[in-house]
Design a protein around this ligand. Structure first.
Ligand code: TRP
Length: 354
């Protein structure tokens, strides 16, 4: 999938507290990659967080907490270069330069933009209010292209929802190289091999904004409360499959029950999962014990993460310091790209940058 010495880059928006969906969708993949012999860049996309801003939000606080959680999960700031997007302000300059060769029509076909438009009253941008969507949101893929191209990344692990953005990046990089000379490495997206976790309400995707998430820092009381609240009143229809594999049985269950089984299959030993599939087949009354058993396994998973999150060495000062150090490591690479880009377009290199 990836060859030796790839330059891998991925960004994560600073959403605050991380949940199981983030772990099995992204963090697990990052942990695997950092053990291989690649250059890994992971950054907190705080500029991107601003594309839908309504009022001042403490994104810096959320960034620090997210980083402490990443460290608690095992991400190692010595093996991977973990930085904050806004500590590389040259990204904004590159986005501006790329914007000059970006078609507005292409951006209007972007999924992030189209989703935002579809949520507007009437689902259209032409109303009395004019177009309430920000220039920043329309330009989301241009900024994302700058993130990727600025470090000359060749591999971008993303989930399905981000694939189109990487396609736009490839298009812009090719167009730039064709018109102005070979400045950019052409990246490719690779699948994170992510497991998309359902929400506790049985919704298709776990999300903080959907309020259906199980947090990596949730304490035992919170875990139990959340699991007890999962609706399990629907009478289950008998399974028609003989297979016990999660991908075969879970789709046949009511969605919220399926969600419990999905978590159990990921967190508990196989025999525990199989035992509960058996109970389901026999139609026993077991939802109470299913929830307490699952809670136990969730707590076992969370306990070391909570401990490491609160460890004395993993405080704001530590996180701030490695952000500073890592920004220093990436900056020269980033500036070099932006300077080449300026020169290639003809405005010449900056006259005052070191
Ligand atoms: N848009 C990505 C997301 O929402 C985050 C992101 C920003 C990103 N810049 C990136 C991901 C560059 C990969 C590469 O998940």
């Amino acid at each position: 999938m990836t060859t030796r010495k790839d330059v891998i880059l991925s960004g994560i928006r600073p959403t605050g507290r991380l949940h199981f969906g983030n772990y099995f969708g992204a963090i697990q993949h990052f942990l695997r990659l950092q053990e291989q012999d690649h250059t890994c860049y992971y950054f907190i996309a705080d500029y991107h967080a601003l594309t839908t801003i309504k009022e001042s939000t403490d994104y810096f606080r959320q960034t620090l907490d997210m980083l402490r959680t990443y460290i608690a999960c095992g991400l190692d700031p010595a093996k991977s270069v973990i930085y904050r997007q806004s500590d590389l302000p040259s990204t904004a300059e590159l986005a501006l330069l790329l914007g000059m060769i970006t078609n507005v029509g292409m951006l209007e076909r972007g999924t992030t933009y189209k989703d935002a438009v579809s949520k507007l009253p009437g689902g259209t941008t032409s109303g009395a209010e004019g177009n309430p969507i920000s220039y920043g949101l329309l330009g989301y893929p241009v900024l994302m292209s700058a993130d990727i191209l600025i470090v000359q990344a060749n591999v971008v692990p993303v989930g399905d929802d981000q694939r189109q953005h990487v396609e736009i990046t490839i298009d812009l990089a090719q167009r730039f190289n064709h018109r102005f000379g070979e400045v950019f490495t052409i990246p490719r997206s690779v699948d994170r091999g992510a497991i998309r976790l359902p929400g506790l309400d049985g919704g298709a995707k776990m999300g903080k904004s959907e309020n259906n998430d199980l947090g990596l820092l949730d304490d035992p009381a919170t875990v139990l409360k959340k699991l007890k609240a999962v609706p399990t009143t629907t009478d289950p229809a008998p399974l028609t499959t003989e297979s016990n594999a999660p991908d075969d049985v879970i789709p046949q269950m009511p969605p919220s029950v399926g969600a419990l089984y999905r978590f159990l299959s990921l967190l508990a030993p196989e025999e525990v999962y199989l035992d509960f599939v058996g109970k389901y087949r026999r139609g026993e009354k077991f939802y109470g014990t299913l929830k307490t058993t699952l809670a136990e396994h969730v707590n076992r998973f969370n306990a070391p993460i909570i401990d490491k999150f609160n460890a004395p060495g993993n405080d704001d000062a530590f996180v701030t310091e490695f952000l500073r150090e890592n920004a220093k490591r990436v900056s020269p690479v980033a500036l070099d790209t932006v300077e080449s880009c300026r020169a290639a377009m003809g405005i010449g290199r900056s006259l005052h940058r070191a």
